[in-house]
Design a binder for this molecule. Structure first.
Ligand code: BES
Ligand code: MN
Ligand code: ZN
Length: 497
């Protein structure tokens, strides 16, 4: 586990292996951000910077031998992007995202270095939090299936004039909790589906909550059948590894309001009998990213002792084809009695979520938010780095605004009533598929049928939850842990009212 410490020291005097310094791009070439270093020991170095390939571009990290006057062995120049893009090199971008990404890019690319000092602009508590969070997020390594040893950076020293301030210290502590939650989410997403099946996921949740004040209840397949959870039972019945519904409850005594979070937890989505082509299945171990984000958001809420009640629901099933699998045309009865004709077994997420949403709303929370890798249409609409938010206007807006503060990209999407007609079934209350056009919105409209009058938001994270490309900023390949930062920030906002 990487540790982070705040320090008032002159960066040049820091006792670390590598010192990270921010470099911004200007029309006249790269400039060091931070007066003392720019005018002092790094002045001569910067005259050769362009020849060394330093441009200041985002994600760029150039390592050079430390000049005399710098105690570290190596100086790493990390790009902050255009000098003017955020109103000058020292200005903080919305949500601190510019320094968060730079810190992450540097620490990620410094893998193998034991100790790293970070001298990025961190002038207030928010910026300190962003730098610490980015650095920790960049220090991620998924080593479960590797025979080698851990190589992520071990010790981080963040330079800031605020090192002694209570607010900055609290921000650094929060960053550690949030980064831990994001790492936990990434770990679950990256775990092979052979090892992470519904009961195993439930065990992970139970183990993680042990020693906290979170109460955990696990419903097995018999209890699910008895309780009328037809979606979880139907989707899970093709697998030899049966479904689970996990309920996590963080209920602080001085709670200001209550929130329910519902996560899609398909531990592997083969499509079922409506089987996916091989290519489409390659990333489907990540189809439980919503449930993983919900689990780790509840854990973070408890660790941060947020004064709001948070109940998490993990809808866990493995979607497999077999002689016992549900068939296209089967009719299931969701929790609460709504019947659904399953025309496509690959539209399984909405079936397990419908049960989870009904169960969550039965407890009458102030607001319910579901998180799901729900549709390929989400990726078509917004690409791989922007998530979608649908639902009740004010909840949707609150999530978008929390995402901005957290440095995640969530974009508001509509739920056009005219698309609802396409979900009509010839035989049941609803069909599980409708118009292909606007598929993300159709899925949202399906879910809307199950929340009643509870204020609600639906987060479709299909693209952003799993990075199929190469690393960037603080984001590694594979599981990204998206939505955790937004949800924690949103919960904090609820407690500040
Ligand atoms: N898990 C998939 C959605 C998905 C696709 C997530 C790509 C991440 C990347 C979901 O269960 C699914 O298969 N959805 C279908 C729905 C369709 C059959 C209506 C889809 O989007 O194709
Ligand atoms: Mn599917
Ligand atoms: Zn799925």
């Amino acid at each position: 586990m990487t540790t982070v410490n705040l320090t008032l020291k002159d960066p040049a005097r820091l006792d670390v292996d590598t010192l990270v310094v921010g470099v911004a791009r200007t029309p006249d070439g790269p400039v060091v951000v931070g007066e003392p270093l720019a005018k002092g020991p790094l002045k001569a170095l910067m005259s050769t910077a362009p020849a060394l390939g330093v441009t200041g571009a985002v994600d760029e990290v150039v390592r050079v031998p430390a000049p005399s006057g710098v105690k570290a062995t190596v100086v790493a120049l990390v790009g902050l992007g255009d000098h003017e893009a955020h109103g000058g090199a020292d200005a903080t971008s919305p949500g601190g995202e510019r320094v968060r990404r730079a810190a992450g890019a540097a620490v990620r690319q410094l893998r193998g270095t034991a100790s790293v000092g970070i001298a990025l602009p961190a002038v207030d508590a928010d910026a300190v939090g962003a730098v610490a969070e980015g650095a920790l997020l960049g220090a991620y390594d998924f080593t479960r299936y590797r025979t080698g040893t851990e190589t992520a950076v071990e010790r981080l020293e963040v330079v800031t004039p605020r090192a002694r301030d209570t607010a900055a210290k609290a921000a650094a502590r929060r960053a550690a909790v949030v980064a831990g939650a994001v790492h936990g989410t990434r770990d679950l997403v990256n775990t092979a589906p052979l090892d992470l099946y519904p009961a195993a996921f439930a065990d992970v949740a139970r183990a993680a909550a042990k020693g906290t004040k979170i109460k955990v209840q696990v419903m097995d397949e018999k209890e699910l059948a008895a309780g009328g959870y037809g979606g979880l039972v139907g989707v899970g019945q093709g697998s030899s590894r049966p479904p689970r519904l996990v309920r996590l409850d963080w209920a602080p005594s001085r709670a200001r309001g209550s929130v329910a979070l519902v996560g899609k937890g398909i531990t592997f989505d083969s499509g079922g009998l409506s089987i996916k082509p091989a290519k489409g299945m390659e990333t489907m171990k990540s189809d439980m990213a919503g449930a993983a984000a919900v689990l780790h958001t509840v854990l973070a809420a408890a660790e941060l002792e947020l004064p709001v009640r948070v109940t998490g629901w993990l809808c866990l099933a493995e979607n497999m084809p077999s002689g016992t699998a549900q068939r296209p045309s089967d009719v299931i009865t969701q929790r609460g009695g709504t019947t659904v004709e399953v025309l496509n077994t690959d539209a399984e997420g909405r079936l397990v979520l419908a049960d989870g949403l009904v169960a969550a709303c039965e407890e009458d929370p102030d607001v319910v938010v579901d998180v799901a890798t729900l549709t390929g249409a989400q990726v078509v609409a917004l690409g791989t780095r922007v998530s979608a938010v649908m639902g009740t206007d004010d909840v949707r807006a609150a999530v978008v605004s929390a995402a901005e503060r957290a440095g995640e990209q969530f974009w508001p999407m509509p739920l056009p009533t005219e698309l609802r007609a396409s979900l009509k079934s010839q035989v049941a209350d609803l069909a599980n598929i409708g118009d292909r056009m606007g598929g993300m919105l159709v899925a949202g409209l399906f879910l809307k049928e199950f929340v009643g009058t509870t204020p609600w938001a639906h987060l479709d994270i299909a693209g952003p939850s799993f990075n199929e490309g190469s690393a960037h900023g603080y984001t590694p390949p594979g599981g990204t842990g998206v939505a955790v930062r937004t949800l924690v920030t949103w919960l904090e906002g609820l407690t500040e009212r």
